[in-house]
Design a protein around this ligand. Structure first.
Ligand SMILES: [Mg+2]
Length: 118
């Protein structure tokens, strides 16, 4: 099944954002509460719960991927709703993250500023 537009460059962040903007426009999210930020937080929490279920209930990787896509669409849509450049924010944050230290905590790696930890 291929329901993507044929001219679409799937690797382009700008095209992903344009597709999500078109989704918002199609349902007039801006005019109908769909871009209300507290509501979007609730929707993102719901999708995170679905990601959790996909993992804890041992669903297929395809199910997990779909739920992650749902969350990504909401996160990118939140950048539209709150009018910030998520791509710029991501690269800025990656620069910070790459400079941070990591520690093993309870057997799992953690990358953080470790402000309040010895
Ligand atoms: Mg979902």
């Amino acid at each position: 099944m291929d329901n993507k537009q044929s001219h679409c460059n799937e690797d382009s962040y700008d095209e992903m954002l344009a597709a999500i903007q078109a989704f918002h426009d199609k349902h007039d999210f801006k005019g109908t509460g769909g871009e209300d930020l507290p509501y979007r937080v609730a929707l993102m929490a719901e999708e995170l719960g679905e990601i959790s279920s996909a993992i804890t209930k041992g669903k297929s990787t395809e199910s997990l991927a779909e739920e992650c896509a749902d969350l990504m669409i909401l996160v990118m849509g939140t950048a539209i709703a709150a009018d910030f450049d998520l791509k710029t924010a991501l690269w800025k944050k990656m620069d910070k993250l790459m400079k941070r230290e990591s520690k093993m905590i309870n057997g799992k790696i953690r990358v953080s500023e470790f402000r309040d930890m010895s």
